[in-house]
Design a protein around this ligand. Structure first.
Ligand code: PMP
Length: 386
């Protein structure tokens, strides 16, 4: 039986055929001129995607967690004070990494589904000397979107570096690295960048690079050290041979292809499409009487939606939705895990995909008796798409 199921989890996401084709190409060496050209293009394209002309891109084999560790290992030193704007599971992970590297972490937390008040962050920032402030742009565990522009501005005002975990945002949510003075923005290949899992992606501003250069002690991990990767990335960008550790040739080539497509759409058009598709998906859910984990519209991400199960429905719904041909994800936040499910609508997702997802949720709910008016969800999503 053919597998026509639609993958709509918050990463990895469906790949475009042009990206899949690249993965099936003949194996090339890491110093093949065609690969050097692809790596060079990918690095330049990353600057365009992150909306920066000045940041240094790094692309290293690993997942998003490695990108987080790359940021911390290079920019933070033992004893540095770091403020974590904590919106959930992935902010906690960043704090764990910071603590492993000896940082003194202060959390400003919000209830699950909310973001901390900017004024509360400001108060804490003003109360001490922080080397950095970290933000999880979209907390994938709750679908909450943090106000990166305002928080990065605060960090700059208080002489702290801003580190943004954009694993679930870059390529979907508006993130303007230069205009917003973001110092480190990181992501992974498998989310809204539209490539397979396996690449940690990080862009470091000149200020972040200076913080690394002015370290008192060497970076404790060789594999993570900007000092090893910088010459390699500079060489690849100039299409010159260089080696530190073998790059995943297929993945970097796939990333290049995906970024090329993404930039044809244009970043502003892409951000606007994600807003529209998120609104359409949520209109569909609302028409079914469903509610969301994020507390307010203003804190809802556009890359994914976190939808609460209606009363009498549990995590078995995820399986029922899969039986209707759409793969979605269960809850992830430790305290709320069994109360909601998550649907990714990021990357090359179309209005058709959103309708398919709404329809699958609706039919699955109908099986449980929780959806009375079958068709109401799809009709509402259709209206929102028009
Ligand atoms: N940060 C965020 C916001 C994420 O969504 C994820 C992955 N879901 C990560 C970090 C970790 O990325 P990975 O699973 O690729 O290590």
């Amino acid at each position: 039986m053919s597998d026509r199921s639609l993958l709509m989890i918050p990463g990895p996401i469906e790949l475009e055929p042009t990206v899949t084709q690249v993965l099936a190409e003949k194996q090339r060496g890491h110093l093949d001129p065609r690969f050097m050209a692809a790596f060079s293009r990918a690095l330049k394209r990353l600057r365009d995607v992150f909306l920066t002309t000045t940041a240094q891109p790094f692309v290293v084999a690993g997942s998003g967690t490695l990108a987080m560790e790359l940021a911390v290992a290079n920019v933070i030193e033992p004893g540095d004070a770091v403020l974590v704007v904590n919106t959930g599971y992935f902010s906690d992970r960043l704090a764990l990494i910071l603590e492993r590297y000896g940082a003194q972490v202060t959390h400003v937390r919000a209830e699950p589904g909310e973001v901390p008040e900017v004024s509360a962050v400001k108060k804490v920032l003003a109360s001490g000397r922080f080397k950095a402030l970290t933000v999880t742009h979209v907390d994938t565990s709750t679908g909450v979107l943090a106000p990166v522009e305002a928080l990065a501005a605060l960090a700059r005002e208080h002489g702290a570096l801003s580190l943004v975990d954009g694993v679930c945002s870059v390529g979907a949510e508006a993130l303007r690295m230069d205009a917003w003075n973001v110092d480190v923005a990181l992501t992974a290949s498998q989310k809204a960048l539209g490539a397979p899992p396996g690449l940690a992606v990080l862009l470091a501003s000149p200020r972040a690079m200076t913080a690394w250069r002015e370290r008192k002690k060497p970076v404790p991990s060789l594999y993570l050290d900007f000092g090893e990767w910088l010459p390699v990335h500079q060489a690849y960008e100039a299409e010159r041979p260089s080696y530190f550790a073998t790059p995943p040739v297929q993945l970097v080539s796939a990333l290049d292809a995906s970024l090329g497509q993404l930039l044809v759409e244009g970043m502003d058009a892409r951000f606007a499409r994600h807003v529209k598709l998120a609104q359409a998906f949520r209109a569909g859910m609302r028409a079914l009487g469903l509610t969301f984990l994020p507390a307010r519209d203003e804190v809802m991400a556009h890359a994914l939606s976190a939808v609460r199960y209606p009363s009498g429905v549990d995590a078995a719904l995820v399986k029922a939705i899969a039986q209707q041909g759409v793969t979605v994800a269960g809850g992830l936040h430790p305290q709320l895990k069994g109360t909601y499910f998550r649907v990714g609508h990021m990357g090359a997702v179309s209005g058709n995909d959103v309708l398919a997802a709404v329809g699958a949720v609706e039919r699955a709910l109908a099986q449980t008796g929780a959806a009375k008016d079958v068709g109401a969800g799809v009709a509402a999503a259709e209206r929102a798409l028009r």
